[in-house]
Write a protein of this length. Structure first.
Lengths: 142, 147
């Protein structure tokens, strides 16, 4: 289903397709991590899921460490490479992590939009939107 | 603040659908609640209705402003969410009722208003189980909208 999302201005000119029902049972970080059963966030009050071995800090370093747990390493770009899975971590203008997306086998990206639904999109269609921009790409061997 | 503009004797003699006294109370229900709490069923009921309207208003703003957010700090620092917490413990039944029907992130507000956190360690991040823990706690503490 094609919908225009005002929080993502480029969604009207580049692919941005809804691919799931709305749910608040998991968020973008969990979805990029490969888990659709939990809400991942390093909240200081310790309400939400975050691995014990990673600092509960809303810093990009903590999010990088999270994806390192399952074999991802920082890489240069989000280009499709047949031998690698890739994720993108977004930050806002204050360098605070806001979002993560996971690359699909066809080069598009899949994201969970907060408490909304999943979408398939491009890096461009989410650029300069509510989540800011990609700060780090990470990859792991298939 | 109490509305100090009160009708003259002549104005009070005109027929009206709602008496000036009733209108006065309705217009100043929040103040009346503070003044007459525990004494007037009417004031309590009216106050509860007004509180529910304010809760629904802030709730709809909170939902629309944070629907795309994954960041719990962004979701719980939202000004409408903080306003709901600011309404005090009397909104707890409304929050529990909303939690029964939705998967909203009320957990911070509930702890802020009750000082409790009944969420089990292995339920962290599992929203349906987090909800279940709070709804059970609410039942045990007679904290539902029916009470």
């Amino acid at each position: 289903m094609r919908i225009e999302f005002p929080p993502f201005p480029n969604s009207k000119i580049d692919p941005f397709l809804v691919t799931s029902p709305q749910t608040a049972h998991y968020n973008c970080i969990a979805w990029a991590f490969g888990d659709s059963t939990k809400w991942y966030w390093p909240d200081s009050a310790n309400y939400y899921f975050w691995p014990n071995e990673i600092p509960r800090e809303e810093k990009i370093e903590s999010f990088i460490e999270l994806f390192r747990l399952i074999g991802y390493e920082v890489c240069e770009n989000g280009e499709l490479e047949p031998d690698y899975f890739k994720v993108a971590i977004y930050t806002d203008k204050f360098s605070k992590p806001t979002h993560a997306a996971r690359q699909l086998g066809n080069g598009y990206w899949t994201s969970k939009l907060g408490q909304h639904f999943d979408v398939t999109h491009t890096i461009f269609s989410m650029k300069d939107g509510s989540y800011g921009n990609v700060a780090v790409f990470m990859q792991r061997k298939k | 603040m109490i509305n100090t503009i009160y009708p003259t004797i002549q104005e009070r003699q005109r027929p009206v659908a709602v008496s000036y006294e009733a209108s006065f109370v309705r217009n100043n229900i929040a103040t009346c609640h503070v003044l007459f709490v525990g004494q007037s069923v009417f004031v309590q009921k009216m106050y509860k209705q007004q509180l529910k309207k304010r809760f629904d208003f802030y709730n709809s703003i909170w939902q629309s402003e944070t629907i795309f957010s994954s960041s719990i700090s962004e979701i719980t620092n939202n000004s409408a969410y903080r306003s709901i917490i600011g309404l005090g413990q009397e909104v707890l039944p409304f929050i529990i009722d909303d939690l029964k029907n939705n998967d909203s992130h009320w957990f911070y507000a509930l702890e802020a208003l009750t000082g409790q956190n009944p969420i089990k360690e292995n339920h962290k991040g599992v929203v349906p189980l987090m909800k279940k823990d709070w709804i059970e706690w609410a039942k045990e503490n007679n904290l539902t909208d029916e009470n």
